[in-house]
Design a binder for this molecule. Structure first.
Ligand code: SAM
Ligand code: SF4
Length: 347
């Protein structure tokens, strides 16, 4: 697809045309990689972060956040839940630290998880920008997929979302994605959709960027405001929630058509804009679902944005009903499978 064609897709607003787009993307998915959705139990194992991204609720300078780090036992308990429920894999996600303690902590955890599950559970990491040596150490310890969103592929917009300093360098982030590939990971990236200042043309470029760097997986979701972050001051520039959800779904569909055999996640943020937002994404081209299995007591401290699901148990249960909701959407679940990217395997 050309950039113009993608822009055209992202500009669709007529309900029948939208449905036709979602159905076409769903068909592309089914005929290329099948109708299975793969589960990844998401473990937010620490909210301690050394960075200051302007959009993120757990940024270093947000002093309102109570910081935590799960113990090995707590992580293994969550892994056990995923394993016993036949999820096939887990994602370990955290704020970004680069200390020797942090690097070793993750390495040790990886070995423990692999040993505990007899290497049956696949592990994806999402722990930010690291050196090649660290990525290698973690790969050798058992991680085989890594998520590192570029957030936006537009350099100018990137610096409206991050401080312009060495810790938040656009080039370093790009380079980290390249390093991950060199170290042998299945590489996932992604962007936030509906950011202040973001244009449809930039989103089209984001999709072409994924294609250019030949990613194996993409996790992209709507940007959601957090009132304790600098970007909150621009909340009046945002699309209304239903339009932001629609734009995110169009991005998923356009990407599925552009890159038919990659893994595309139905991300948590979709669920904030609509209770069935993630299931809608599964019907519009996504094939990965990440139920949050972080222990309840810590979820409210991993608030990337306001109204994050699962932080108020009365409103939204998650892992309890994730499978039920996928099932009623008539989508098959790939139990006990790592659900690796077909795109990666092909290569
Ligand atoms: N610290 C690691 C990193 O930044 O790559 C991994 C954890 S970070 C919390 C994971 C993702 O959360 C980020 O890549 C970003 O896209 C997303 N995120 C953070 N704040 C968000 C917000 N306000 N709305 C939507 N997504 C957000
Ligand atoms: Fe830290 Fe990641 Fe949030 Fe940025 S997005 S502040 S690196 S947790």
């Amino acid at each position: 697809m050309t950039k113009n064609q993608i822009v055209e897709i992202l500009s669709i607003s007529e309900p029948d045309s939208l449905q036709a787009l979602y159905q076409r993307a769903n068909q592309v998915k089914i005929s290329t990689i099948g109708n299975k959705v793969f589960l990844r139990g998401l473990i937010e194992f620490s909210n301690i972060c050394g960075k200051n991204c302007y959009y993120c609720g757990i940024r270093h300078d947000n002093k309102e956040v109570v910081r935590y780090e799960l113990s090995d036992e707590q992580v293994l308990e969550a892994v056990d839940f995923a394993w016993k429920n036949h999820y096939g894999s887990v994602v370990l996600q955290s704020g970004e630290l680069t200390s020797a303690h942090f690097i070793k902590r993750i390495t040790d955890l990886l070995y423990k998880i692999k040993e505990y599950t007899n290497n049956e559970v696949g592990i994806t990491l999402s722990c930010g920008e690291q050196t090649a040596a660290t990525y290698r150490q973690w790969f050798d310890a058992g991680a085989h997929r890594y998520l590192l969103r570029i957030e936006t592929s537009n350099r100018e917009l990137y610096y409206k979302l991050h401080p312009n300093n060495d810790k938040h360098s656009f080039d370093k982030r790009l380079d980290a994605i390249r390093l991950l590939r060199e170290e042998g990971y299945q590489v996932g990236t992604g962007v936030m959709i509906g950011l202040p200042f973001q244009t449809i043309e930039q989103l089209a470029d984001d999709l072409l960027f994924f294609q250019k760097i030949n990613v194996d997986m993409v996790g992209m979701g709507p940007y959601l405001e957090h009132d304790q972050t600098p970007l909150y001051q621009y909340k009046n520039l945002l699309l209304p929630p239903e339009k932001r959800l629609e734009l995110a779904l169009k991005m998923v569909s356009a990407l599925r058509i552009l890159m038919p055999d990659i893994n595309i996640a139905a991300t948590t943020a979709l669920q904030v804009l609509s209770p069935m937002g993630r299931e809608q994404a599964l019907k519009a081209g996504a094939n990965v679902f990440m139920p949050n299995i972080t222990p309840d007591d810590f979820r409210k401290q991993y608030l990337l944005y306001n109204n994050k699901p699962g932080t108020n148990k009365i409103i939204i249960p998650d892992n309890d009903d994730a499978e039920y909701r996928i099932n009623i959407s008539n989508i098959e679940i790939g139990y006990d499978q790592w659900g690796d990217s077909k795109h990666f395997k092909k290569e």
